[in-house]
Design a protein around this ligand. Sequence first.
Ligand SMILES: Cc1cc2nc3c(=O)[nH]c(=O)nc-3n(C[C@H](O)[C@H](O)[C@H](O)COP(=O)(O)OP(=O)(O)OC[C@H]3O[C@@H](n4cnc5c(N)ncnc54)[C@H](O)[C@@H]3O)c2cc1C
Length: 530
Amino acid sequence: MIQRKYADEEVDVVIVGAGAAGGVLAKELSEAGMSVVVLEAGPFRDPQKDFASDELSMKNLGWQDTRIVDGSDPLEMGHNNSGRGIGGGTVHFTAVFLRFHQADFKAKSMDGVGDDWPIDYTDLEPYYSRIEKEIAVSGPKHFPWGNYHGPYPYPEREPLSPNAYMFMNGCEKLGIRSSVAPLAILSAPFEGRPPCINRGFCNQGCMPDAKFSTLIVHIPKAIQAGAEVLADCMVTQVLMGKDGRAKGVTFVHDGITYEQKAKLVILSAFVVETPRLLLNSANAQFSNGLANRSGMVGKSIMVHSSQDVYAKFKEEIRLYKGTPVLATTQDFYRTNPNHDFVRGYTLHAHGARPVGFGSGLSKAQGGPIWGDRFREAMLDYNYYGRITLVGEVLPSEANRVTLSDEKDEYGLPRAKVSFSYGDNDRKLIDHAVGTMSSILEAAGGEVEFVIPDTAHMMGGCRMGKDPETSVVNSYGQTHDIPNLFICDASIFVTSGAGNPTNTVMSLALRTADYIKEKAKKLEWATAASV
Ligand SMILES: Cc1cc2nc3c(=O)[nH]c(=O)nc-3n(C[C@H](O)[C@H](O)[C@H](O)COP(=O)(O)OP(=O)(O)OC[C@H]3O[C@@H](n4cnc5c(N)ncnc54)[C@H](O)[C@@H]3O)c2cc1C
């Protein structure tokens, strides 16, 4: 039996998932004096004991359960897309910490595609600042793009990796502006944590704690404030009362099913599991799944297109050296009338470890690299440089999470994830691959491999003002069930073209403020959609 503080009690808040958003909510709400239980499907890891400097074994940081994938561009699930365990995806993310631009919130009105968010940049601006200060984001004194130009709370990282210098050199030769990337990785000591020493194992979990994660920052503070954080607890259902309000959740730990009653239920289980949980919690009153009056639960999931381009250089680059992403450009972020597509992309100088390099080659465009050619490339690994795309992908309702006929170990239908690129997405990718190739060549490399890939899932429970076309309001409160909130990357309306976690966490802070305000006024039971 699992030991629980609130086994027979109704707590103020139960949070499902202890990732980027769940961690922020747990800290904020428990520090505000609420009784909080966090249920996390994966383990509670200790960085010093459980993070190995080993690419293969650390793949277990990803969500490994089988998902069915289809569509013309089926997504590779697992380590590449979602985390599992306290800290969620922040444990093995690359920690590039960008803000969205004002244009990201207004794709429909500015470019006639996708949709507008019900908020804009100014609504999130104070929350971006708070999160960046809270985790001491390091970054340049002047960041050339978007609405925020720095300075960041902590100085930019240095020294840079050879790959980052190569990238900046190539950009400079072509007249493309580049900058050191803002990172949730320390450049100087902070709260007892050491600065980064460029070991380069960010995607394997950061053993010395120089990289931020909610595992090491928010969750310990939440526990200190009284939150109960239960690991290895898979939430299987949201419990509903006859009055149409959420009552709590059921979860499974070690084969035993438990219930946690709560006044407020918040789902922070990420882009696949949040819609899956809502659909799997259907009942007589909500036969289509919870909070799904609009039919939008699971629809319009997005990724970033994330092609890698590798070029071989005469001198050594050594892609394993340093933090994977240290330099970036957003010179191609905005719609350009000379392009045959709308919206845009970010490019990162991006390191790669040998296993990542090798497995990338196995899915190279034009056919997998294998046999002698593979051996030759692996032997020359030290001479390759790499640039990676973060490209905007437009929302399409056909890209969605549904329930499959197959069941998992809990007897629940597995998620089916369908994804296909649209015409605009493909044109954007082609353009970006051309730009990446030009930068690599200008830096003296010879382009050899283009690897199709995706990153950063978003969407599936989009926010909006209209309950007929969206699942939650701008605070993550579901339109249909006032005490059921969704707060994670699933509430994104569009994908933007920058790494999303700063936006996920800032939205979580905003939701926490909203809940605290409503709780103060004892209003959350009746709060109308905003
Ligand atoms: C390899 C990689 C690199 C990345 N690099 C970057 C980067 O450089 N910059 C950036 O901005 N973003 C990056 N990301 C994306 C980033 O990790 C996500 O945007 C972010 O973690 C999403 O936060 P979230 O709160 O929505 O979900 P998550 O952080 O994924 O948290 C969801 C949590 O819910 C838990 N959960 C799910 N279902 C259940 C259930 N039924 N019961 C209980 N618990 C459940 C999961 O185990 C998980 O811990 C990267 C992601 C990956 C995988």
